[in-house]
Design a protein around this ligand. Structure first.
Ligand code: DOR
Ligand code: ZN
Length: 345
């Protein structure tokens, strides 16, 4: 049987939610990953150092004695206090601050409308080396939803980087060729995460032959040519490019409805799917860089000492279709391809 052993992976973009949902899904990430950057878009959002401390306690309580480490983020608002951010960074509580343009996605109402308003926070972050994670989409109603990432890069990200070149930026869940090209051309202080699902599905999977609400996420999945560019970037080994699953659970009732929520839940089967993708692209030897090395280096952490082994079987492997949580059932990402890899237990 073919096997591959990697340093234990980390997930540099994860939604763990709260309450019964948190309790129901956190184990799906803790099973295969050592650490994750936890997104702060709760209701109400995780804005202050005190909010992050309390949320980390709730996550730790849900984990019990599991050693999985939540790396906390603060949700940037126009009222965020630079001193509070600096204090949270100084004691290692937060790993990054998250910028949601107001209205861009789930629970982003409290996000930023005018970047000018948060410049004092961003300047402080640049000075202390605290990274900014960005949901990179404009929210201008006239801009087509499929163009929002490319327009953001040109009209918001590039000017911001010119204005504050010392700010370290992670462009989250890049979904376009424009996005990966931009990151790869940058000289410094820019990296990006890629999700599992954007490496596997394109907009045809979501819309041809019926609408598949479990593939609806933000940024929305694009044309196949963009998916091909993302895959090429993921398997390239480029140190600025690494995994952030954006695994984002919503109960099925909130997805399978007249106006469904954005989010794909992929924590359960991400690593087997990625092994399949990297095998198909002849790059299994670079899987570890993507899942376990590049992101840690970017965030100034050592790679995990522990390892994980993936094994290949000739027969396709199956995964649970859904996870039952106290909040309701959550459908697991269906990659619509045969997966021959599993995590050895
Ligand atoms: O699809 C998404 N779901 N994209 C996001 O940016 C947020 C996330 C969520 O929180 O559900
Ligand atoms: Zn997200």
């Amino acid at each position: 049987m073919q096997q591959i052993t990697l340093r234990r992976p980390d997930d540099w973009h994860l939604h763990l939610r709260d309450g019964p949902m948190l309790e129901g899904i956190v184990g799906e990430s803790a099973r295969d990953f050592a650490r994750a950057i936890v997104m702060p878009n709760l209701v109400p959002p995780v804005v202050t150092r005190a909010d992050a401390l309390a949320y980390r306690d709730r996550i730790r309580a849900a984990l019990g004695d599991d050693p999985f480490r939540p790396c906390m983020t603060l949700y940037l608002t126009e009222a965020t206090d630079p001193d509070d951010v600096a204090a949270a960074a100084e004691d290692g509580l937060v790993t990054a601050v998250k910028l949601y343009p107001a209205g861009a996605t789930t629970n982003s109402q409290s996000g930023v409308r005018d970047l000018g308003e948060v410049m004092p926070v961003l300047e402080r972050m640049a000075a202390i080396g605290l990274p900014l994670c960005i949901h990179g989409e404009v929210t201008t109603p006239e801009v087509d939803i499929f163009d929002r990432e490319a327009v953001f890069i040109e009209t918001v990200l590039d000017p911001l980087r010119a204005r504050l070149p010392e700010l370290r930026i992670t462009l989250e869940h890049v979904t376009t060729k424009d996005g990966v090209d931009y990151v790869r051309e940058a000289e410094k202080n820019l990296a990006c995460t890629l999700t599992t699902h954007h490496l596997v599905i394109d907009r045809n999977h979501m819309l041809v032959g019926g609408i598949r609400p479990h593939y609806y996420c933000l940024p929305i999945v694009k044309r196949a040519e963009h998916k091909r560019a993302l895959r090429a970037a993921a398997v390239s080994g480029d140190a600025r490019i690494f995994l952030g699953t954006d695994s984002a659970p919503h109960v099925d009732a909130a997805k399978e409805t007249g106006c469904g929520c954005a989010g794909v839940f992929s924590a359960t089967n991400t690593l087997p799917i990625l092994a399949q993708v990297f095998e198909e692209d002849g790059a299994l030897d670079r899987l570890e860089a993507f899942t376990s090395l590049n992101g840690a280096a970017w965030y100034g952490m050592d790679p995990n000492e522990a390892t994980i082994t993936l094994e290949r079987s000739d027969d396709p492997v199956t995964f649970p279709a859904r996870i039952e949580t106290g909040a309701g059932p959550v459908t697991v990402f269906d990659p619509q391809m045969e997966i021959h890899w599993r995590v050895a237990r």
